[in-house]
Write a protein that binds this ligand. Structure first.
Ligand SMILES: [Cu+2]
Length: 144
């Protein structure tokens, strides 16, 4: 979770990662005030953009450099998450939980809109790395 010195630019680094089921993902606050919050209706009626069987998470807003938050991800699929103060600025990230081996777990892009839930801001939709990009690279970072 990063901010530049003026707070004009905010982002998750990396913005995309591929992990095996059962991985504990840790977010670390480097600078600024940020959260890591799952796209899930349990989080203030946001769209569901994590696997239906997965648990929602919300780190709350971290404010002290070095603060961390951890979440274990067991269900294969795409997990999209956002930063509460900066979702409109496109501060989002994507985790691909992919079993080892070559089977296709049928992972696909989350739906762009769902009835009765909040719309995902355009800047956020534009920021997600593609599933294919994450699958191929393993780790996707924004240009510095
Ligand atoms: Cu943020």
């Amino acid at each position: 979770m990063k901010s530049d010195t003026r707070g004009a630019r905010v982002w998750f680094d990396p913005i995309g990662v591929r992990v095996l089921p059962g991985t504990v993902v840790r977010w670390v606050l480097e600078a600024g005030a940020h959260s890591a919050t799952a796209y899930h209706p349990a989080n203030a009626n946001h769209a569901l953009r994590i696997p239906a069987r997965a648990a929602a998470w919300d780190s709350g807003i971290l404010i002290q450099a070095g603060q961390t938050f951890e979440q274990r991800l067991d269900v294969p699929g795409v997990y999209d998450y956002f930063c509460i103060p900066h979702e409109l600025a496109g501060m989002v990230g994507r985790i691909l939980v992919l079993p080892g081996g070559h089977e296709d777990p049928g992972i696909r892009e989350p739906a762009a809109a769902s009835e009765g839930l909040r719309t995902v801001p355009a800047a956020a939709l534009a920021a997600f790395p593609t599933i294919e990009e994450i699958r191929r690279a393993g780790v996707v970072r924004l240009a510095p």
